[in-house]
Design a protein around this ligand. Structure first.
Ligand code: PLP
Length: 392
């Protein structure tokens, strides 16, 4: 059967690919350490599980409004008010089946054939594919390491054409862990307002910051609030990746179109997961802070060790749970032409799974997730060290 053109250029997620290979080796009895994880290694806090369980027992197991339960929208609105002092109305919020689905739905409703979306590199793997699936064209702008992988207003201006519809800002960033400052966001916001470009602000790692404050570009002025669709969710903040709850907030016409589209595709996100999310936002935020602290502790230890390995350089991340290290020199020194080959050999020989940067548009880099125990992280670093010693 001939598949649709739409999917012919679709590339599978590199993150999932290496994770699958690592799993295969593990199942074959190998002692694999996977540093590919894109999810916190903590359990969902108990009060959230209890709320979902209570919801089931009370019979809240039926369809809900497509865009989310009114009570959940209220929790999200309260969260925006508390964290960013932004006021949203319920018709400016849609709850989706994860932030990924919120982004997918957004691109489907804003892009026409060949409309351009500016994507800073390194980027989260799904952005370009989602833009292409909506008929749009990704336009890449290089976030260079010297500028903490962030794009400058000048670079943004230089990439804008009359077909530019939107720019994606992901802060804190996956894969780099970098955070845009308030001033940087103001400058980028100014360029977007001058050129009438929608800002897609993916803030899924908002709660995981280390000695840096997270700002939402939407909180900087009423004009920027109107020009921004904020994407967020509870996957990373409350360790709820499997619950599939994310949301979009912004211009009510866009949100309305997204809701119409969802009404013919997914309908509402899972009812009981929505009840769990209400508890996540309305209950104690102590577990969120505990997880953040655990990540920060690991980061401090593991970053120091990683940069001692010959050939590795890595600026210290300010958020999320990834280290994005330049491994070009290490790869060359170990006799590999590319970082992709180096990563494959490391998995084969030392059973350490890293994600090659090529999937994020930065082929000289590797991404290491520290969403795993400190013990395993230290063991993995030791193995990389041994690998380099043996090869050099
Ligand atoms: N945005 C970024 C930058 C991510 O890293 C992820 C998950 O890896 C998502 C969005 C999707 O999150 P969700 O689990 O809510 O779909």
């Amino acid at each position: 059967m001939k598949l649709a053109k739409r999917v012919s250029t679709l590339t599978p997620s590199s993150t999932l690919e290496i994770t699958a290979k690592a799993k295969e080796l593990k199942e074959a009895g190998h002692d694999v350490i996977g540093l590919g994880a894109g999810e916190p290694d903590f359990n969902t806090p108990q009060h959230i599980i209890q709320a979902a369980s209570d919801a089931m027992n009370k019979g809240f197991t039926k369809y809900t409004p497509t865009g989310g339960l009114p009570a959940l929208k209220k929790s999200i609105i309260d969260k925006f008010k508390k964290d960013q002092n932004i006021t949203y109305n319920p018709n400016e919020i849609i709850v989706c089946s994860g932030a990924k689905h919120a982004l997918y739905t957004l691109f489907q409703v804003i892009l026409d054939e060949d409309d351009e979306v500016i994507i800073p590199t390194p980027y989260w793997v799904s952005y370009p594919e989602q833009v292409k699936l909506a008929g749009g064209k990704p336009v890449y702008v290089d976030g260079v390491e010297e500028n903490e992988f962030k794009i400058t207003p000048e670079q943004l201006k230089g990439a804008i054409t009359e077909r530019t519809k939107a720019v994606i800002i992901n802060s804190p960033s996956n894969p780099t862990g970098m955070i845009y400052s308030k001033e940087e966001l103001e400058e980028i916001g100014r360029v977007c307002l001058e050129n009438n470009i929608l800002i897609v602000s993916d803030e899924i790692y908002e709660k995981l910051t280390y000695n840096r404050k997270h700002y939402s570009i939407a909180e900087l002025s009423p004009e920027l609030k109107e020009a921004t669709i904020v994407i967020n969710g509870v996957s990373k903040s409350h360790s709820m990746t499997g619950w599939r709850i994310g949301y979009a907030a912004g211009n009510k016409e866009i949100i309305n179109a997204m809701t119409n589209l969802a009404s013919h595709s997914t309908s509402n996100p899972t009812s009981i997961a929505q009840y769990g999310t209400i508890a996540a936002y309305n209950g104690s935020q102590e577990p969120v802070e505990e997880m953040r602290k655990a990540f920060e502790e690991r980061l401090d230890i593991i970053h120091t060790k990683l940069i001692q390995i010959p050939g590795f350089t890595c600026i210290k991340p300010q958020g999320a749970f990834y280290l994005f290290a330049n491994a070009k020199e290490a790869s060359l020194a170990a006799g590999y032409e590319s970082v992709d080959q180096f990563v494959a050999a490391l998995l084969e020989e030392e059973k350490v799974a890293l994600i090659p940067g090529s999937g994020f548009g930065a082929p000289d880099y590797v991404r290491l997730s520290y969403a795993t125990s400190l013990e395993l992280l230290e063991k993995a670093i030791e193995r990389i060290y041994q690998f380099m010693n043996r090869k050099m």
